[in-house]
Design a protein around this ligand. Structure first.
Ligand code: ZN
Length: 241
């Protein structure tokens, strides 16, 4: 029987190795339901990922709404996870949406469960280190994304085949107030992250392994930098652990 909901992507099965069935059997852990988490979770829900775990500890604030398009003015003060779950269930009631209002810290195994892939939609390096350590320990890949102003970046992280997040960011950045963001930049980078996850889960297309794709919306220049594992990395290097 033809599946009408996914008809336009099932058209890619014959020539591009796309697989609706594989998406339906997949679990994705989305770390953060903010600027990046919004487009990521919209597109992954729409694509028919079988189980989406969405994790965030925050409530919606007015200043989020220039970029966090999952949420709305009427839901200010409510948990981002509940807001996300309501919207995404409305978009696609055929998949399982699992909201988890929690901080990602310590050992995140119970939060991440058996997810096939983690999408890094975080806004701070300390929490990225937590999912990075989990990734190295369990072999669960991460689609890293980050944004600043008009620019953003994305990489496919899967140690030991690739470098880890800590190879890219060896030290926590010094805090200097809120990061400026145009909402559309989060839309671009988050959409790329969703696409990268879909390719990984279906085993189709080329992944950004050991590549850091930089997008600068101010000049519309893009660059794909080759990045290498740091042998002295405290997380994935030979002396780690
Ligand atoms: Zn590393």
């Amino acid at each position: 029987m033809m599946n009408e909901r996914y008809f336009r992507q099932i058209l890619l099965e014959e020539d591009f190795g796309f697989s609706q069935e594989k998406l339906g059997k997949s679990t994705v852990f989305i770390a953060g339901a903010g600027g990046l988490g919004s487009p990521v979770s919209y597109y992954l829900a729409a694509a028919g990922i079988g189980r989406l775990i969405i994790c965030d500890s925050d409530v919606i604030e007015l200043s989020n709404l220039n970029r966090q398009i999952l949420h709305s003015t009427g839901r200010i003060g409510t948990a981002k996870t509940e807001s996300a779950a309501g919207v995404l269930r409305g978009l696609n009631p055929e998949i399982e949406i699992i909201p988890k209002r929690a901080l990602i810290e310590g050992d995140p195994s119970e939060l991440i469960e058996d997810a096939d892939i983690i999408i890094d939609c975080l806004d701070n390096i300390e929490t990225r280190y937590v999912i990075n350590d989990y990734s190295i320990r369990t072999g669960t890949p991460i689609v890293h994304g980050g944004i600043n102003g008009y620019a953003g970046q994305i990489s496919f992280i899967n140690p030991p085949e690739t470098l880890c997040i800590r190879c890219i960011f060896p030290e926590p950045l010094r805090k200097s107030g809120p990061i400026p963001v145009i909402g559309a930049t989060a839309g671009v980078i988050g959409s790329m992250q969703a696409l990268e996850a879909i390719k990984y889960l279906t085993g189709s297309g080329e992944l950004l392994k050991n590549k850091l794709m930089i997008f600068d919306g101010y000049t519309f220049e893009t660059d794909s930098l080759t990045v290498e594992k740091n042998p002295g990395c405290p997380a994935c290097g030979s002396s780690a652990g």
